[in-house]
Design a protein around this ligand. Sequence first.
Ligand code: AHN
Ligand code: ZN
Length: 323
Amino acid sequence: MKKILYLSLFSLLLIGCKEKNVEVDKDYVSPAPAFCEDSAYQYVAEQCAFGPRVMNSAAHDSCGEYIAQKFRSFGAVVYDQYADSKLYNGTPIKMRNIIASYNPDAPARILIAGHWDSRQWADNDPDKANHNTPIDGANDGGSSIGVMLELARQLQLANDSNQVKIGVDFICWDAEDSGEAANNNPNSWCLGSQYWSGIRHIQGYTARYGINLDMVGGNNTIFYREQYSMKYAPTVVDKVWGAAQRIGYGKFFSYEDEGGYITDDHLQVNQGGIPCIDVIGSDTENDGFPSTWHTLDDNIKHINKETLKAAGQTMLEVIWTEQ
Ligand code: AHN
Ligand code: ZN
């Protein structure tokens, strides 16, 4: 009797603590391959080498080709979504969303996304003289694509052994980062995903859920549970944060209540009827966004391979354990 009481008290305690100190099962053997952070880093560096990928620029267009070509070389079926749009200041822009699909005929699919454009104004730079200078966007933009390309490479390597049966779609959004920083103008951001949420790359396309990656390669990075994600896709948050704890990346995927509401591409995916979360880096040294955010310091020198690894390995874990 006493034993049963103790046991149930103990399990109550465990349930109570479920959200915080999640126990890591040391014997857990993941079915996923090892994410190579050196490769992801290289893909970030290669994007940056084109110069800032700002809308309507030659660097932007060349890098778009690089991304599409890279996914193709990793065996993906690549779709392009070209569209015209306008920035909040009236400038017409030519957008290109790039979608790379694995197992294109599988009915059960998951979507992993991130933006590939970079911001043309370093308007958070400590030096005001730089506020109109374009940024490399190594972390803000480049890191998401770098991680997705390495996930794609791993999917290709696993293809022969048929390890992953579900469909996986990588969506590289364009024109995320040309929004109006002042004046709380949420619709001025995420123009590529806004377009896609209305008109899919394939008519009737849907997915079980989506995971948007944003700033997944910075120093001192921690991922808090973002609040729109908690509102629209709490089970996906649980799945991803749970996967991270399971493989030992709980230090990066925090259960502390620090996540705010962030206007990002995941909102548009939710708007389009697919539950989607945002895995977005915060800075443990800086309150809120990474210290390099929208500054000229958002360059390859401030990319952290351990952060790329934590985000990428967690994504592989999610993909490889999805039934
Ligand atoms: C806003 O600043 C309104 N949203 C942040 C979305 C973003 C910009 N992510 C990266 N750059
Ligand atoms: Zn940005």
